[in-house]
Unconditional design. Structure first.
Length: 497
């Protein structure tokens, strides 16, 4: 294989293909010697009752001592606490293999690592070692195969102790898979049920592929924090009470690290009751907090750049959210292809704000620019909010383009909603449900410099007494071929200085 020539061809064809090649080469490197280590040979008991994670760790340690290889988990149920991934290891599940997360009473999880100084991020973003499968600073690692992780013993809560967020405490696992500062990572073909605080979290990792993973969980699905060069594709993520696929750039690494060069492709996010996606009944979760969405934020200290979201879909999901409120820079975001059926709260939400959850000495202001969203269809959308695009006074969002969009709203907005003063984002937590009805049913934009709306169609099931579009402190805008119903006497577009 002429790798140099193939690399040049793939780079010319797009960054995604080059990244996938790198993932393939990394996986080949990790298992090049084809050494296989079966956890049963190291004492693992597949009865679902005997704590057996140390047998996994013995197999991993032996594999490392011999240069790395594939650690195989055969058919059966394995009750486990913390499994420690190390460099050049592939943990491979054979069909029918299942890991069951041990309960807190078993005291089977590693202690959380030390943390000194202020903690600006949630505990789940701070501690990694108290997880079911974890790695810290490893290279060339993979978790693969059609296995099943049941996180029944994991907690989804942040626990407070002496004023410090513990992220599950000392003795409780709170994440199914947690990788920090790792390079050349692959996670593929798994199913994760009840994944704890985060079913998968990757923080500060480079060159990562998450492929064909199914998650049905009761808090976050996949958190991508401060990562570089990552592709997540062909995944189905059901989260009934929080975000499904979320990009962040927190202060977990004690410095500003952007989340950059990330592609989310051909993924499905849903908001059904936990467990009902896997059993096929797909019972919708009543609209409450948020569920099943793709989101950038809320943690955004380092910002995001060069992000692609392509050909994804949602069911009973909150809409697409792009949020930068912690003094980072959000730029070069491209969304092309997103279909949502039963859209909660809003179809599209782009915002900056000044929550500023970070060191007080920082003087940066959150900014957002060069954002393109196209080929989006939202059906059965709530009446509370239209498309929301809000920057900050004096620091507008810049160069925002939305095109080829269709939204079917429930409607029902009243004239008093159109006259209401929609809140400035400011220091508020950036969730539209807390702000109430937008004054326009189609698009509400405020503090934007450079806005293009093109080929957009709105429909409403029930009459809506709000205008279609309100532009408040928006400069250099273009509105072409935007259509939707209007009640008698209601203006289509209102422009405010």
């Amino acid at each position: 294989m002429n790798v140099t020539r193939l690399r040049k061809n793939l780079v010319a064809g797009g960054c995604d293909m080059y990244l996938l090649l790198m993932m393939l080469l990394c996986t080949m490197t990790a298992t090049a010697k084809k050494q296989v280590f079966n956890v049963v040979d190291y004492g693992a008991v597949a009865d679902g009752k005997t704590l057996t994670h140390e047998a996994f760790n013995r197999a991993i340690d032996d594999a490392v001592s011999k240069g790395g290889g594939r650690v195989v988990v055969p058919f059966g149920d394995y009750l486990c606490g913390s499994i420690r991934m190390r460099s050049n290891i592939e943990l491979h599940f054979e069909p029918g293999a299942r890991i069951i997360a041990a309960p807190e009473s078993a005291k089977a999880y590693d202690a959380r690592e030390p943390w000194e100084g202020p903690q600006y991020q949630d505990g789940g973003h701070t501690f990694f070692h108290n997880s079911l499968i974890w790695a810290d600073g490893a290279e060339n690692i993979a978790v693969t195969g059609r296995g099943f992780i049941d996180g029944v013993g994991l907690t989804r809560e942040d626990k407070e102790k002496a004023g410090i967020v513990q992220g599950g405490g000392m003795d409780t696992g709170d994440k199914a898979i947690a990788f920090k500062l790792c390079k050349n990572v692959k996670i593929s073909d798994l199913t994760i049920y009840r994944g704890g605080h985060f079913a998968i979290i990757v923080t500060g990792c480079e060159n990562t592929l998450i492929d064909r993973v199914t998650i049905d969980t009761n808090r976050d699905g996949v958190d991508i924090d401060c990562c570089k060069n990552l592709v997540i594709r062909n995944c189905c993520v059901n989260t009934s009470h929080d975000d499904a696929i979320v990009l962040k750039s927190s202060y977990a690494l004690k410095k500003l690290v952007p989340c950059e060069n990330v592609t989310v492709k051909k993924c499905t996010v849903t908001g059904y009751k936990c467990g009902t996606y896997l059993d096929g009944t797909k019972v919708p979760e009543p609209v409450g907090w948020v569920c099943g969405r793709i989101k950038l934020g809320t943690e955004s200290n380092g910002g995001y750049r060069n992000i692609k979201i392509q050909n994804c879909k949602g069911e009973y999901s909150s809409g697409l959210a792009l949020e930068c409120v912690d003094q980072g820079v959000m730029e070069n975001i491209d969304v092309d292809g997103f279909n949502i059926v039963h859209t909660h709260h809003y179809p599209i939400y782009i915002t900056t704000g000044c929550r500023n959850r970070g060191p007080e000495e920082r003087k940066d202001i959150s900014t957002g620019q060069n954002i393109s969203i196209k080929n989006v269809n939202c059906y059965h959308a709530d009446s509370i909010a239209g498309i929301i695009i809000t920057g900050m006074k004096g620091t507008p969002l810049r160069n925002i383009s939305i095109s080829k969009v269709r939204v079917d709203y429930a409607g029902g907005g009243r004239a008093e909603h159109a006259k209401s003063e929609y809140r400035e984002q400011g220091t508020n937590y950036p969730e539209p449900k807390f702000a109430g009805f937008t004054p326009a049913y189609g698009v509400f934009a405020r503090h934007v410099d450079g806005l293009k709306l093109n080929n957009i169609k709105f429909r409403v099931k029930n009459k809506d007494e709000r205008p279609m579009i309100i532009l408040d402190d928006v400069t250099y805008y273009s509105i072409k071929n935007v259509k939707g119903p209007l009640e008698p006497g209601v203006e289509k577009i209102i422009v405010r200085p």
